[in-house]
Ligand binder design. Structure first.
Ligand code: COA
Length: 388
């Protein structure tokens, strides 16, 4: 297996992008990544595109070919493949690109993610997202994603010492970081009061506990490590790529407040990279709801089970804390265009490791991690990256 490096990254701004089509979003992110790698499209050998549900959001399928065509690569006939794993589609597209380069099958590979979610009514977006759960046993019974994560929050708060205020502090911290990120959907700081007085969505989760509905795209370009310096002075090495699965239904889990797929992917990733949680300088976790960040930092091993509320309230996950979590603003404030999120997480970690994260820069960061979840934990991708 060959070592793999990231040689270029690009990301659109996230939000309700009325003026951009699905194709515009992808082409913009891809062009930014190519420019970053000082590369022309002719050098690309293959593409993997994370996308959850263009069929339902914009009535478009056959995304691999569509993207290659609009990227101007149709006449080169390169392999271009859509990857779908609900909200973990981006993380898995990144993993496929890494596997393609590591195996020696391809050299220069684009991993991208794109989703255009705001063109449908709220009921339709909620129903489309419910497709990431088990339609027969969860969706048809009335469960939505806010509803499923509300069950996790209720169970967690019953068993562990997490107060409503501590849960709100996850959103306060992520909005603080988002206010320092020029691509974020929400760039305003909020208080605990903002969260506690916002509209109830699914008890105990309120509007400001939820990630929003978002349009956006992101792209990263990977290459064999030995060729990376042909393209960039600041290649970032992929130290580990791990993926795990679990039951798609929440009720079949051993413990609904613990994502066993996160634990499995984390253990594999730490073993491959030969690091522990103590070596990680920052992590982008899948905070689709505030409770998801609480579970994630425990399941990734950054604090003990039941301790994440206090850990957050003590400022350990803030910029300058023991382990800065979601410096981008996370899904909560940066936004969550579901197929693009896993790639945006890599975009953020690369910016941090290159020292290009501006007002949210973690000084001296050398190793970063991403954690991307599909559904309530049926799929998890964990990646670890480091400076050379
Ligand atoms: N956080 C903060 N503000 C939000 C927000 C969020 N998550 N979602 C919407 N808003 C704001 C909007 O900006 C808008 O503000 P404005 O009136 O100042 O312009 C206002 O709230 C109403 O927006 P609207 O789009 O009408 O919200 P909505 O009620 O249709 O949707 C949710 C709100 C929470 C239901 C929706 O964002 C949602 O479904 N989120 C979860 C997404 C999800 O499940 N993702 C998959 C996870 S696995």
């Amino acid at each position: 297996m060959r070592d793999v490096a990231i040689i270029g990254v690009g990301c659109t701004t996230f939000g309700e992008k009325w003026g951009s089509s699905f194709q515009d979003l992808f082409v913009e992110a891809g062009a930014l990544a190519l420019e970053d790698a000082q590369l022309s499209g002719e050098k690309i050998d293959a593409m993997y595109v994370g996308n959850m549900s263009a069929g339902r959001f914009i009535e478009q399928e056959h995304i691999g070919a569509l993207i290659a065509d609009y990227a101007g690569l149709a006449t080169r006939h390169i392999p271009s493949t859509r990857v779908e794993a609900a909200c973990a589609s981006g993380g898995l597209a990144f993993r496929q690109a890494i596997i393609a380069v590591a195996s020696g099958m391809e050299d220069i590979v684009v991993a991208a993610g794109v989703e255009k979610m705001t063109d449908v009514e709220p009921g339709a977006s909620t129903d489309t997202l419910t497709g990431a759960a088990d339609r027969e046993w969860e969706g048809f019974m009335g469960a939505t994603f806010p509803g499923l994560y509300a069950m996790i929050a209720t169970d967690y708060m019953h068993r562990y010492p997490l107060t409503r205020e501590q849960l709100a502090l996850v959103a306060v911290k992520n909005h603080y970081n988002g206010a320092r990120n020029p691509i974020a959907q929400f760039q305003q700081e909020i208080t605990v009061d903002t969260v506690l007085k916002s509209t109830m969505v699914a008890e105990p989760l309120r509007l400001f506990d939820c990630s929003p509905i978002t349009d956006g795209a992101a792209a990263v370009i990977v290459a064999p490590l030995e060729r990376a310096r042909e393209f960039t002075d600041t290649p970032i090495k992929v130290l580990a790529s791990a993926q795990a699965s679990d039951t798609i239904t929440l009720h079949d889990r051993r413990d609904i407040s613990t994502l066993d797929a996160t634990i499995a992917a984390r253990e594999r990733a730490f073993k491959i990279a030969r690091v522990t949680h103590k070596d990680i300088d920052l992590v982008e976790v899948h905070d689709c709801f505030t409770i998801a960040e609480i579970c994630a930092i425990e399941d990734l091993g950054f604090c003990k089970k039941g301790g994440a509320g206090k850990f957050t309230a003590d400022g350990e996950t803030a910029l300058g804390g023991k382990i800065p979590v979601n410096t981008s603003g996370g899904l909560k404030a940066c936004g969550h265009p579901v197929g693009a999120t896993g790639i945006k997480q890599v975009f953020e970690v690369v910016q941090q490791l290159r020292g290009e994260a501006g007002k949210r820069q973690i000084d001296g960061a050398t190793i970063g991690m991403t954690h991307n979840v599909g559904g309530t934990g049926g799929t998890v991708a964990v990646h670890i990256m480091g400076v050379l």
